[in-house]
Design a protein around this ligand. Structure first.
Ligand SMILES: Cc1ncc(COP(=O)(O)O)c(C=O)c1O
Length: 406
């Protein structure tokens, strides 16, 4: 839809949103009418350099030609049937993901939270059916983020945050340990523990990559205790961190991994892939979802996968990410820069408000997100060039200086 075809103004659009929507977001003050590559465009065709990428979704660039074609072809062929008959895009995609991730089996979902629910349910069911009725406790990390459904939000290790507060009872069976602290996880394990679940890079928690020592240690710990290692790669997976799945860059393999965001090229698809052993917990009736693995989303995801392979997008993300982080670290008013690939956090000097920086960036036609009040997070499309990174650094630096007053 184009604004000019509706007879409405930007003010009309804002008024409708304010009047009719239950608002749970702080909106950026502009209208995103169209998008291409690493840019969003407003109703006048003015470009905004997009370094939040639909929050890590627009991996192959907005309206990527191959994805657009795949979706258009699929929409004209078959849109939806539910998971009763076999469908072609699903079958082909499943083989690609299993082979690329080293997992045996996959189940599709529609969102990151749901993919985590599937992973959690699979582990709990395996525990109860194979070890006994109390074996379903899962340890997750403090400051983690796993989504906003009841299981996923309880798995989220932020008990005092708006994510968990005010909803009455949460889901039982979760405990939290310190991220990147192996001893803390060791101490949290009980005879009822069935799994440890965490993000390879904590995104919402402030962009903290796992250390190699922590990854290796958790794998070993899970093997020793006979429990599952569950990896939430909703944000980190599909080449964002330089390898197809982020864990591959660490040289380890979990027992299951959840994925979403980057895999759909803008369409709502998510999945949980697992080893044969863990996947055996699910059978007919134990899990499902009406739209999960829809032909449209699987066709889009196939196109994303192929495009990433053909363009070696993981290598590109690694190389450009390293360059970008080095350039960001040279900016004044910045305490430190951390991340992995094109999953980047900029920690501002004390007293510089990241939310205000984010707002200033919109005015300068640069789109980033803030974590809390001190960190700028950037998860741009993986196709961004070094030149676009330079432009981002120029604009971000200017906006930080404006907020810092120096
Ligand atoms: C690590 C992680 N897990 C889970 C989720 C939830 O995904 P969704 O918003 O698609 O439910 C997110 C979303 O940002 C995430 O970053």
């Amino acid at each position: 839809m184009r604004l000019k075809d509706t007879g409405l103004t930007v003010a009309d659009i804002k008024a409708k949103v304010n009047k009719y929507m239950i608002e749970t977001y702080e909106r950026m003050d502009f209208l995103a009418e169209s998008a291409k590559g690493a840019y969003l465009y407003d109703q006048n065709g003015d470009a905004y350099l997009d370094f939040y990428g639909g929050v890590a979704v627009n991996s192959v660039g907005s309206c990527n030609d191959a994805v657009v074609k795949a979706v258009q072809d699929q929409v004209a062929t078959i849109m939806h049937t539910f998971n009763y008959p076999y469908t072609i895009p699903q079958a082909i995609l499943s083989e690609k993901i299993c082979k690329a991730s080293g997992m045996d089996k996959i189940i599709y979902q529609n969102s990151g939270a749901e993919a985590n629910e599937a992973m959690i349910k699979m582990a709990r069911k395996y525990g109860v059916e194979n070890f006994g009725p109390n074996k379903w406790e899962i340890i997750t990390a403090k400051q983690s983020f796993h989504g906003r459904t009841f299981g996923a939000m309880t798995a989220t290790g932020q008990p005092d945050s708006a994510i968990q507060v005010g909803f009455g009872g949460l889901t039982p069976g979760f405990k939290y340990a310190e991220y990147n602290n192996l001893q803390s996880f060791k101490d949290a394990i009980t005879e009822n523990t069935i799994a440890i679940m965490f993000e390879p890079v904590q995104g919402e928690g402030g962009v903290f990559p796992a250390t190699q020592e922590f990854m290796d240690g958790i794998r070993k710990l899970c093997d020793e205790k006979g429990i599952f290692m569950l990896m939430d790669e909703i944000q980190a997976g599909w080449n964002r961190c330089g390898t197809f799945m982020c864990y591959q860059g660490y040289g380890i393999k979990p027992d299951a991994v959840s994925m979403a965001k980057a895999m759909g090229g803008g369409t709502p698809i998510a999945a949980c892939a697992a080893t044969d052993k863990l996947a055996s917990a699910f059978g007919p009736g134990s899990h499902g979802s009406t739209y999960a693995g829809s032909p449209i989303c699987c066709a889009a995801s196939n196109a994303v996968f192929d495009y990433m392979e053909e363009t070696k997008l993981g290598d590109h993300a690694k190389e450009v990410g390293e360059y970008f982080m080095a350039e960001l670290a040279k900016m004044p008013n910045v305490k430190l820069v951390r991340g992995r690939g094109l999953f980047v956090g900029v920690v501002l000097e004390d007293g510089i408000n990241a939310v205000e920086v984010k707002r200033q960036c919109v005015k300068d036609h640069l789109l980033v997100t803030a974590i809390g009040t001190g960190i700028i997070r950037m998860v741009p499309p993986l196709i961004v060039t070094k030149e676009e990174c330079d432009e981002c650094v120029r604009r971000l630096s200017r906006c930080i200086a404006r907020v810092a007053g120096k």
